[in-house]
Design a protein around this ligand. Structure first.
Ligand code: AQP
Length: 353
């Protein structure tokens, strides 16, 4: 929700407005590995689309979240810059949105603690991503358990109306909403309760070799993961080798035909159709795989060209991140101060807001 003629309207108040006020959009991505097709179709493509409307969009590389699993510092630094450049290359024009690093805005960590005090142990224990990651991690940090509270802080800090994410974030988004509602009920109306925006197609892109697992930066599956930096030949080859099934019928049925359905969803998301419409065009797996590979390679071509330019000028990336952090902090500071006041924390003379 944004500010019109200096008055902040609650969600109920909005219903009576004769115009549709500008919405605040926020989302984030971890610098944990190489950006892949799932990130693009499930999230980043929708982030870019939000720039075409009147919305006020903030996008964050959530580097503090990446620390939940120990990382090589040099690699984290390089990946953070690379992901920022890839986001810009995908179309996140820093002139039309606020693009920044989570660690550059200390209010995230400050509100994160408050969110940990508001979320319950039971809620955090039920997070399926925690259970998955705990089972895969060599070292299970306390932060791996509590990071959904930090994620709630990331979102609530910007009076966010809408959070465009992939389907895997549905549970975390519900938690952020529950925490916001609990805080508001305990301490008075403080946070905007956000809605998720999960795309109808492409919300859960599956690994091409293991179509029962989502494509992921942290899953060690080089042939099943299509990277945004893969060259066209590699993309086509990965699709050609995608795991399907032996019954030979092209039909959209994720439960019994996960591999074929994944290909149909990908081609549908890239071509703006539905998976069932795409299925109608094919009677064999081979042509479907070939067309998928070519469509994705074509989609990635301009992204890779722009990325190559941005990579040559790292100073420009640092500059845009500095400006992004300044813009983000200007929004986050007053929201953090509002939450601190509501809690009864005594304002310091130097405190923001
Ligand atoms: N396979 C996917 N299909 C659709 N959307 C996806 N997203 C991630 N994977 C898919 C969406 O991308 C945004 C950034 O999420 P992330 O940084 O958590 O990406 P990741 O690839 O999931 O990274 P990790 O490090 O491998 O994380 P985990 O281990 O949590 O899966 C989000 O909007 C996400 O929904």
């Amino acid at each position: 929700m944004n500010y019109i003629i200096g008055i902040r309207l609650g969600r109920m108040g909005r219903r009576w407005l004769p115009w549709q006020p500008m919405a605040r959009v926020f989302s984030g991505i971890q610098p944990t590995g190489d950006l892949h097709l799932g990130n693009l179709l499930g999230a980043v493509q929708n982030w870019v689309q939000a720039l075409d409307g009147e919305d006020d969009a903030l996008y964050c590389v959530v580097d503090l979240h990446a620390l939940t699993i120990p990382k090589d510092p040099a690699e984290l630094r390089a990946k953070t810059i690379e992901i920022t450049q890839l986001l810009v290359a995908c179309g996140l024009d820093p002139q039309r949105c606020t693009l920044f690093l989570q660690s550059h805005v200390p209010a995230h960590a400050e509100l994160g603690w408050i969110m940990e005090c508001t979320a319950s142990y039971g809620e955090l224990s039920r997070m399926t991503q925690f259970k998955d990651k705990r089972d895969r991690a060599e070292f299970v940090s306390a932060a791996l358990f509590t990071y959904p509270a930090l994620q709630a802080a990331d979102i609530l800090l910007y009076d966010t109306d809408r959070v465009p994410v992939g389907d895997d974030q549905r549970q975390h988004l519900e938690l952020a909403r529950d925490i916001a509602e609990r805080f508001n009920a305990r301490y008075g109306d403080t946070f905007v309760v956000p809605e998720h925006a999960i795309p109808a197609v492409g919300a859960r892109v599956m690994d091409l070799q293991r179509p029962d697992s989502k494509m992921s930066k942290s899953l060690d599956s080089p042939q099943g993961t299509v990277l945004l930096t893969d060259d066209p030949a590699a993309v086509v080859k990965k699709f050609k080798r995608a795991v399907t099934d032996s019954d030979g019928e092209v039909r959209f049925d994720p439960a019994t035909k996960p591999g074929v359905s994944n290909l149909l969803s990908i081609l549908a998301a890239v071509s703006g159709r539905t998976p069932d419409e795409v299925a109608g065009d094919y009677s064999q797996y081979g042509p479907l795989k070939a067309d998928c590979g070519e469509a994705v390679a074509e989609l990635l071509g301009p992204v890779q060209a722009r990325f190559a330019e941005l990579r040559d000028d790292p100073a420009a990336t640092h500059e845009l991140l500095m400006l992004g952090a300044e813009k983000a902090a200007a929004v986050a500071g007053p929201v953090l101060a509002r939450a601190q006041r509501a809690l009864g924390l005594v304002p310091s003379l130097t405190r923001r807001g």
